[in-house]
Design a binder for this molecule. Structure first.
Ligand code: UGA
Length: 488
């Protein structure tokens, strides 16, 4: 483990876990990487203990809490995950995971069988037994754009008197700067520690991100407290360990998400100019990303960024900054430009349909904010569908994780082809792999129009054009133009 701050290395018992698809989990000991030992293969029931087994309560069985609970149990800890909803707890205790996330159902099931993971209600009861209590609670946007901390505060007040002396309360969900201090006041115990350990997992790759984090960030009032929290992840040898103060840890999370959002807005702006200039964003981004200072990740253009985190966190950061007397003009511009890039997709469809979508049928493939999740929160696809509806188009959509009849105002179909039936135009809004391998001849036969707006650049322009589509990618040159250039 590399240290970002001058502090002595932590003694870790080093076990590294590899999620091998949906199959059994392969465990590779650090000795293997030194070429001295064997690979331990099998299911996680035989998992080696990553670190000294600790008793941990995770409050909140949402996306983050559930993933964290399963991963901490796999790392060898005794974990109880609590939730206020008895029915949700009942489902989870049966191994029924209510979110789409690769490998999570399997890992939760294995950890339940191992006995190291359990679910329950009653935060104070559970917290009374724990050495560490992780708060993984919702922090929805408040009316002013900031984060609503009422759930976090209420749980802190609830568990405060019950906590055992020496316990550490850790915020895991994204909370604004100053939350750690608020927690200290709410708990009001000099014998209890507070730490910030922001999560950086992304939906669709949650287990990998949790078990192989790029970095582990822990903020606390003392290095000892921070290091004790970091030690819970004893396996993450290749991770950067950042031990810092509470406010810096809290800000690292917001800074990271605001940076990613701004970077994507930049990419989408470059895509727009590529279209105007006849350039290809894929080449431009490959060229840019080859600079090691820039890197290749997070350079895919699309219909604007969305999801449960980037939109909420950028707004919350702007609000926090304003409260502290700072004007984050760059982040505000990234937010505004993001809405523009989303509207640009609708404008493209309208242009292709003679500037009038009223009465037209538009198919939308993909409704989730990205592939690999069933999360519809702040989804660019939904915003596109909504705007088209406002303009008088009838929208017929398909998404592999969204059943028909579940999205108010949108006619959701159970297959991509049926959503395209008699459509004048098709928008590919989410990068589900099945869209990349769609049968374009069958698609052309199903549709009555030929407008194809590929907001995620999934399809090959030449193939789509060959099937008679008027194809438009994001930041890619028109196919006809490219061929004429080649001919010249
Ligand atoms: C994001 C961060 O990536 C995580 O590190 C963070 O922990 C998480 O928020 C959080 O705060 O909990 P997530 O919201 O799951 O994760 O999704 P991302 O993969 O970041 O995607 C966000 C949006 O950017 C999506 O709409 C996606 O389609 C878009 N995107 C992403 C692009 O348009 N192009 C890219 O190259 C990458």
């Amino acid at each position: 483990m590399k240290f970002a701050r001058s502090c002595p290395p932590v003694a870790h018992i080093s076990v590294r876990y590899i999620i091998a698809g949906l199959g059994p989990i392969m465990i590779v000991d650090r000795e293997v990487r030194k070429g001295r030992s064997a690979i331990f293969e099998g299911n996680v029931l035989g998992a080696q203990r990553a670190a000294r087994s600790r008793s941990i309560v995770v409050v909140g069985s949402g996306y983050v809490g559930l993933t964290l609970s399963a991963c901490l149990a796999q790392l060898g800890h005794e974990v109880e995950c609590t939730d206020s909803s008895a029915s949700r707890v009942g489902e989870l205790a049966q191994g029924r995971v209510p979110v789409v996330e690769e490998g999570l159902t399997e890992l939760v099931g294995q950890m339940l069988v191992s006995g190291r993971l359990r679910f329950g209600t009653g935060n104070a009861r559970a917290a009374a037994q724990a050495e560490f209590v992780f708060l993984c609670l919702p922090t929805p946007s408040a009316a002013d754009g900031g984060a609503d901390l009422s759930f976090v505060e209420a749980v802190a007040v609830e568990i405060g008197p019950a906590l055992r002396p020496g316990a550490t309360v850790v915020t895991k969900s994204t909370v604004p700067v100053g939350t750690g201090e608020m927690l200290e006041r709410a708990i009001d115990r000099s014998d209890v520690h507070v730490a910030s350990n922001p999560e950086f997992l992304a939906e669709g790759t949650a287990l990998r991100d949790c078990l192989y984090p790029d970095r582990i960030v822990v903020g606390a009032r003392s290095d000892d407290v921070a290091r004790n929290v970091a030690d819970l992840y004893g396996s993450a040898d290749d991770s950067q360990l950042v031990l810092t103060d509470l406010a810096s840890a809290e800000l690292i999370k917001y800074a990271s998400n605001a940076y990613l959002a701004t970077r994507l807005t930049f990419v989408n702006s470059m895509a727009e100019i590529c279209e105007a200039a006849g350039a290809d964003i894929r080449s431009v981004m490959t060229g840019m990303g080859s600079d090691h200072r820039i890197g290749t990740a997070f350079l895919r253009p699309g219909p604007g960024w969305g999801g449960s985190c980037l939109p909420k966190d950028t707004h919350a950061l702007v609000e926090t900054a304003e409260r502290l007397g700072c004007d984050l003009a760059l982040i505000k511009a990234a937010i505004a430009e993001n809405a523009h890039h989303n509207r640009r997709v609708v404008a493209k469809v309208a242009r292709a349909l003679d500037d009038d979508v009223s009465g037209k049928r538009v198919a939308v493939w993909g409704l989730t904010f990205k592939a690999g999740t069933d999360d519809l929160r702040d989804s660019p696809a939904l915003e596109i569908a909504r705007r088209l509806g406002e303009l008088g188009a009838s929208v017929q959509a398909y998404d592999p994780t969204v059943p028909p009849g579940t999205v108010p105002g949108i006619e959701v179909h159970s297959s991509a082809l049926s959503a395209a039936h008699q459509a004048d135009a098709l928008i590919i809004a989410t990068e589900w792999p099945e869209f990349a391998s769609a049968d374009l001849a069958a698609l052309a036969a199903a549709m009555r129009g030929r407008v194809l707006i590929d907001a995620r650049n999934l399809l090959d322009a030449a193939t789509a054009t060959g099937e008679g589509f008027a194809y438009s990618g994001t930041g890619t040159p028109a196919f006809e133009k490219r061929t004429s250039e080649v001919a010249a």
